[in-house]
Design a protein. Structure first.
Length: 183
């Protein structure tokens, strides 16, 4: 489908190592002029559902500054666009849980908030796991929980997990496991 928007100009109003924010002067689809803000992420969002042979998974708990609240999420982080998606997923899983996986499946592509950002995320299902040591980033004060996957699905359904990538990845994994006859 043809883009009904016309961009007249773009001005970068903010930048840091993770994002840039631009203000766009636009003509909207009905012909009116206006502004549009766009947040551009410099990395790709990568989430991982680690799943052991007993259908347990791992969640990461951390205080999210932007929300001013605690959040339970799947292991995830930003991967440089120069890395392969799987390499980014492997690194994030190891950093946050200490786990390594022999079997990887890219199960989901998601736009996190497409009205204000061009961020794209991917979720991987990681299986055949080996435990190891974590390597948290300086900004991370994380709790790690190993839980039965069915309990994690219930956390989504009861609103205990609110992160969009986590919800989408958990529900997609549930669907895959049901289709494969594992749930």
């Amino acid at each position: 489908m043809k883009n009904p928007w016309t961009t007249l100009s773009k001005t970068q109003v903010y930048s840091n190592p993770w994002i840039t924010v631009e203000e766009h002067q636009v003509i909207n689809p009905k012909g009116g002029s206006g502004i549009y803000g766009q947040v551009h992420f410099k990395n790709i969002a990568i989430g991982i559902i680690p799943l052991d042979e007993d259908l347990n998974t791992w969640l990461i708990g951390q205080y999210r500054y932007t929300l001013d609240e605690y959040s339970w999420e799947i292991p995830m982080g930003g991967s440089p666009i120069t890395d392969t998606l799987e390499a980014g997923a492997q690194r994030e899983l190891k950093e946050e849980t200490g786990l390594s996986a022999k079997k990887w499946r890219n199960i989901l592509r998601i736009h996190t908030s497409n009205s204000v950002t061009d961020e794209v995320g991917f979720v991987f299902l990681a299986e055949d796991l080996t435990e190891g040591e974590t390597a948290f980033d300086e900004t991370e004060d994380l709790q790690i929980r190993q839980l039965p996957f069915g309990e994690v699905v219930q956390m989504v359904m009861s609103g205990q997990i609110t992160d969009a990538i986590s919800i989408a990845g958990i529900l997609k994994t549930e669907r895959i496991l049901k289709e494969e006859g594992r749930l």
